[in-house]
Structure formats: structure tokens, C-alpha cells
Design a protein around this ligand. Sequence first.
Ligand code: ADQ
Length: 462
Amino acid sequence: MSRIIVASNRVTDIDKAVQSGGLAVALEDALQTGRGLWFGWDGTTVDDDAAAGIRLQQYNGIRTATVPLSRRDYEEYYLGFSNRALWPTFHYRLDLAVYEHAFLEGYRRVNQRLAQSLAALIEPDDLVWVHDYHLIPLGDELRKQGVKERMGFFLHIPFPSPDFFTAIPDHAWLAETLFSYDVVGFQTATDASNFVRYAVEIAGGEALDGDRVRAFGKTTIARAFPIGIDPDSVYEMAHTPEADAQMARLQRRSMANMFVLGVDRLDYTKGLPGRMRAFKRLLELHPELMKRVTMMQISPPTREEVEAYTDIRQELEGLSGSINGEFGDFDWTPVRYIHRAIPRATLTALFRASQVGLVTPLRDGMNLVAKEYIASQDPADPGVLVLSKFAGAAEDLVEAITVNPYDANEVAEALHTALTMPTEERRERYEALIQRVRTNNVTRWREAFLEALRSAPSGRAS
Ligand code: ADQ
């Protein structure tokens, strides 16, 4: 059986990473059973490039190979091109995108250097699986290093329509590098078709059968592989005696008996100010809900060195303060805003305790919180998912209440519908949704991608 080599921007401490979810959980089995290797940045920065050696370690049967970044690489490749240029552009926020020549150069340089380190670790017949927007050109750089093995790429965030993608300076170079992979995976059919549209309309290529697309003289497979979760482990975590105790504590300490819950990294793509405005609108339109419902928003900080992230933090603190000032009372706080990460077990207990899961990103590759919310519910008395139509998850989770996150009135009315929905309808929607979350689970995602890669026509995209 081939070894699997995973490359992602960040390789986290496996023990912690498995506890906190994310890619580590998704890939753990494949890396263990396939005698794999996980390669990437170790999360540290060093002053001197020359000191940046590769470090091999092993945890729980998973081998990792990590490198630090120099401070300059961190600023240009990570904070710069990845998070100030690609992240906003791919999420349709050209107003926040910063395209500096030095960022692009840093991005190329780091991908080239990572490829040099990784190439030496690749053995014949390995399958190489590269993840996310930080590493788009890694495969092309590996090909330049002579790697002929099968290589696949999965994009965790949206792939924008050509109008947006072409705003990136040197977009043709970036797009062409994707054709060095044998398989390019996207979260949704819309993302895959945006990529094909770019190839056909902008690069003058053609769409072929079997999801193949040809451009720049090369052919690759472009297909949607919607990412999922492990619903059984989420359900178990939400139904432990500790989770029961946490739910009881929440209900005892709060005057409100209904909760609307939002859980997202503090990111401008997640639609958090709009979500708070919609909750305010709910209280204006339906004053009978005062003192009966509380909105909890749990948002750990991320990327605090990027300005747009400090702005959103201030905006949210202002909004929650003003809603609480205007509507709150000595015995009721309408909005509880928590600005830190909390343990996964507590999160799942809160998902289960909340009548509504409010997931309203302005754009999101998939959104795993939507799936975790469904998986945590009590089947006899499930809560309702209110989901933005701009989350990748909306392509599949069609029994959620789907909303336009830009329309505060629509979201407020959806909240009202959710909070007053009869048990029978809640159960019907839940049954359909949990079936989808179970079917499109993380194992299926991983196996479908790896199967497509194993059966791709050739090791080297041609
Ligand atoms: P993210 O943008 O990080 O991921 P998401 O898919 O929702 O978004 O995953 C976030 C994860 O972090 C969830 O597992 C959630 O439970 C956890 N989390 C969030 N807030 C937390 C808190 N306060 N404390 C602890 N844990 C918290 C990117 C893309 C998504 C895509 C995923 C996976 O942006 O669109 O779904 O990758 O491909």
C-alpha cells in the first residue's frame, strides 16, 4: 500500500490537534494506517534562515516532518500573501485584499523552499496530498524537483468566480500551478465549476469528460469532495455525564430558557456583526421573546497580526455592548460574547443545549460547526440549524433554514421560526440532516479523495 504524505501549512502538536479537531482528526487514520508522513510548518519563527532545519518526530504512530519559518517568511508568505491577499480574495472580499509584490515573492520563495525539504522525503509510489491556499504552488515546485508520484491538492476555502480570481496579480501563474496536480479537490460543486470556468474562459482551456479539465498544456481532475466530521464521536462527546452537568448549569444560571448559539473563529468572513444585528432585529420585531432568549457567541481570536481582524473585534464588542445596554435588564443579558477558545467537550454540550445553531458566514468553504451542531443534538428534542446560503455546507444541508446573511430581517424571521418550531417539524428536519452528516462524513471525504488520486490516469499530470 502506498504511503500518504500530507503537506499542510501548519503541523500542530498531534495530541492537542486531535483533541481540538480539524485536519489532524480528519487525517489521523490515513496517516496511521498508511504509514504516512505529515509535513509542514511547526508554528515557530526563527531569526536566521540558515537555522531552519527539518525536524522528524513521531506521535501516536504518526510521523511528522516540520520546519520553522524565518520572521520575514512568516510576514510575507503567511501573514502577507496567504492571509492578506488569498484569504480575502477567495472569500470575495477584494476590499480587504492587499497585493504587495514582496508578499507574492515571499509566497513563491517559501513554497519553493518547502518543496526542496519535502522532495527529499518522498519515496517511489508515495501519494502526496497537499492542503489549502498557503501551498497552492507546492506541487508545481515538487515537480520541478523531479517528483513524479501522484499528487493531489484540496482547497478548504471557496474557489471564487473568475471575476475575483483575476484580481490576483499573476493569477495565471497561480492557476497554472494547480495543473501540476493529478487531482484538485474543492468543497462544493460551485467551487469546482468556478475553477473550470477560469480554465475555460480565462486560460482558453477546455472541460473534458470525467471531471478532467485541460489548460496551460496540462490536464487535471477537478472535483468536489465535501469535507465532513465524525458524527458519532461528536454525539458521544455531547452526551457524557459532564455534558449533562454543563447543560444543567447553563439552564440554572440563566433566566432565559432558550439559547441561540454561534461558534466561529473571529474572522470577517463569518458574518458576526450581521448576526448580532439580526438578533437585535429579532428582539425589536418579537418583544415577547425578551428575557426568554439569549444569544451566545463564542469566538476565539485568530490572525491578530492582520488589521482586519482587530477591526472586527472592536466592532463586535461595541455591538454586543450596545444591544445589552439597550435591551438587557439586571436579570437578563441578551448577548453573551466569549472571545476565547473553549474545550471541544464544552462546545458540544453547548450545541446540544441550544435551541438554535446560528451559522451565518458571508462566505465559507464548508463550515464544520453546522455539521457539529447537528451531530450534537438530542434526537427526541433536536434544535434547529439556521444556515447561510453562502456556506459550502448549504449545498448539502438543505433541510436547515437557509438564509441570506446580508438581510437582517430575513435572519431575524428565520430565528423566530426556529425558536417557535413545533417538535415534529424539528425532528423531521433533524432526521434528514443527521442522515446527510452521517453519509458525507470525514472518512468518506478522505477515502473518496485518496481513491480519486490512486486511480488518476498518471503519476505526472500531463
Ligand atoms: P474554519 O474557517 O476554521 O475552517 P470551520 O469549518 O467552522 O471553520 O471549523 C472550525 C473548527 O473550529 C470547528 O471544528 C469548531 O468546532 C472549532 N471551533 C470554533 N470555535 C471554537 C472555540 N471557541 N473553541 C474551540 N473550538 C472552536 C476552514 C474553512 C471552512 C472549512 C474547514 C474544513 O474556512 O470553510 O469547513 O476549513 O475544511
